[in-house]
Design a protein around this ligand. Structure first.
Ligand code: G3P
Ligand code: CA
Length: 375
C-alpha cells in the first residue's frame, strides 16, 4: 500500500486539527470569541454517535472514523449498566441496534440498563447496520460491541494526529439516579476534567479546557451536572412538548392530518417568544454556556423536528452570551440554512460532509480511513 498515511499527510492533519479552537483574532465574531473562551471550536463539528452515517452508531468503527476524519467532538448518549459501568447507547431498548432477541430472548424487551456490562459485551451491535444500510455494509461491522465510556476515552486519546473532545448527553437521567456524579468520577479518574498537560504546540480540542461538553434535555440533570462539574461547558438541549417547551398547539399527531411526524413537528412551535426566552434564562442561570436546539430538515425524515434555530432565536441566545449547537443535520442544503440562521456548531452523522462544508476536509476518504482502522 502506498504511504498515504505518511509524513505529508501527518503534517496536513496537524494543521487541520489545530484550525478549530484557535486563538481569537481581531476579526473574529463575538461568538467565535465566546466559543474559544470555552475552548470550543467555532463552528464546531459534533459527530453524532460518531460518524454514524458510515458505520454502526456508537461503536469503535464509528468513533475511530469520526476521530480520524477530524471531527471536533465524539457525541454519545450515556447510560449505566446493571453493575454500574457507564456506556454509550442511544435507545433505552437493545432491540434496534443489537441481537439481544437472539442472545437473550426472554429479556429482549428489558432496558439496556437491566444488563451487566459482561452481558452487553456479548451483543452484536454492528450487524443491524449492514441489514439497514446494505450500500454501506461491511463484513467487519458484524460483531462490533457496545462501548464503555472508558473505551471511548481511549479512542479519543489514541491518535497522535487528532484528539477530539467528548460531547456527552445524560440520557433519560431520571432512570439513572447519581449518573452525573458517576460521570464526574469517571472523567476525573481519567484526567478529563482539566486540560491535559501539553508540552509542545497548541492543545487540540481533546486536550484543552473545552475537551468535554455536557448536554441534557432534562433541567434537573443540568442542575446536577452544574453541581458536579461547575467548570465544564454545558448545553441545554431544546425540545417542544413533553418534558420541553410548552407548544403553541395541543393538537396531537394523530389528529393533525399531517402525513408524517416531520411535517407535524415542523409546524409545532413554542407557545410564544416568552416561553423560548424562559428556557434560555433557565439554561444560563443553571450553568449552560449554550443551547442545543432541533431543526426542521429540508427533506424531512426521522431526525426532522421543530425549527428552533430561527434567526430571532439564535440572536436571543447570542444576546444572552450563549452559543447554539443544532441537532442533527447531514445535508449541505441544511448546513447552509442553519449557518445562515446563525448557529455556532452542528451535530451531524456525516462528519465527513460537514468538515468539507466548513472547508476543513479530512485528508483521506471515509473508505481509506475505515480500511486503515481495520474495517
Ligand atoms: O444530543 C442531542 C442529539 O443527539 C439529538 O438527540 O435523540 O439523537 O440523542 P438524540
Ligand atoms: Ca444525543
Amino acid at each position: 500500500m502506498p504511504d498515504i498515511f505518511g509524513k505529508s499527510a501527518l503534517l496536513l492533519s496537524l494543521l487541520l486539527s489545530t484550525s478549530g479552537a484557535h486563538a481569537a483574532s481581531a476579526s473574529d465574531s463575538a461568538q467565535t470569541v465566546l466559543a474559544n473562551a470555552h475552548g470550543i471550536p467555532h463552528p464546531a463539528v459534533i459527530a453524532h454517535r460518531g460518524a454514524s452515517f458510515d458505520a454502526p452508531e456508537s461503536t469503535a468503527a464509528s468513533y475511530t472514523l469520526a476521530r480520524d476524519l477530524g471531527a471536533d467532538y465524539l457525541e454519545m448518549d450515556l447510560q449505566r449498566s446493571k453493575d454500574g459501568v457507564l456506556f454509550a447507547l442511544h435507545d433505552n431498548s437493545l432491540l434496534r441496534t443489537t441481537d439481544v432477541a437472539k442472545k437473550f430472548p426472554a429479556r429482549k424487551d428489558s432496558p439496556a440498563n437491566a444488563f451487566t456490562m459482561a452481558e452487553l459485551k456479548t451483543l452484536d451491535a454492528g450487524s443491524w447496520f449492514n441489514e439497514a444500510y446494505p450500500q454501506r455494509a461491511r463484513p467487519s461491522y458484524k460483531g462490533l460491541q457496545i462501548l464503555t465510556l472508558d473505551e471511548i476515552i481511549d479512542i479519543a486519546q489514541a491518535s497522535p494526529q487528532h484528539k477530539p473532545g467528548l460531547y456527552i448527553e445524560t440520557k433519560e437521567p431520571k432512570q439513572f439516579p447519581g449518573l452525573e456524579h458517576d460521570l464526574k468520577n469517571n472523567l476525573s479518574k481519567r484526567g478529563w476534567l482539566q486540560p491535559a498537560t501539553v508540552t509542545t504546540g497548541e492543545p487540540q480540542v481533546g486536550q484543552g479546557k473545552g475537551r468535554v461538553v455536557l448536554q441534557t434535555f432534562e433541567k434537573s440533570s443540568l442542575e446536577l451536572l452544574q453541581k458536579e462539574m461547575p467548570d465544564t461547558p454545558k448545553i441545554l438541549l431544546l425540545w417542544v412538548g413533553e418534558g420541553g417547551m410548552t407548544p403553541n398547539s395541543q393538537v396531537s399527531f394523530a389528529d393533525s392530518g399531517e402525513k408524517d411526524k416531520a411535517a407535524y413537528y415542523a409546524k409545532q412551535q413554542p407557545k410564544d417568544h416568552a416561553e423560548f426566552l424562559q428556557w434560555l434564562d433557565f439554561a444560563k442561570a443553571h450553568g449552560a454556556m449554550g443551547t442545543g436546539p432541533s431543526a426542521a430538515l429540508t427533506h424531512g425524515g426521522d431526525q426532522s423536528y421543530f425549527d428552533l434555530v430561527q434567526p430571532w432565536m439564535n440572536k436571543a441566545t447570542h444576546d444572552k452570551g450563549m452559543l447554539v449547537h443544532v441537532y442533527t443535520i447531514d445535508e449541505p442544503v441544511d448546513f447552509t440554512k442553519v449557518m445562515a440562521a446563525g448557529v455556532d456548531g452542528i451535530f451531524t452523522n456525516r462528519a465527513s460532509e460537514l468538515l468539507k462544508y466548513y472547508q476543513r476536509p479530512a485528508p483521506f476518504t471515509v473508505n481509506q480511513l475505515l480500511e486503515k482502522n481495520g474495517y
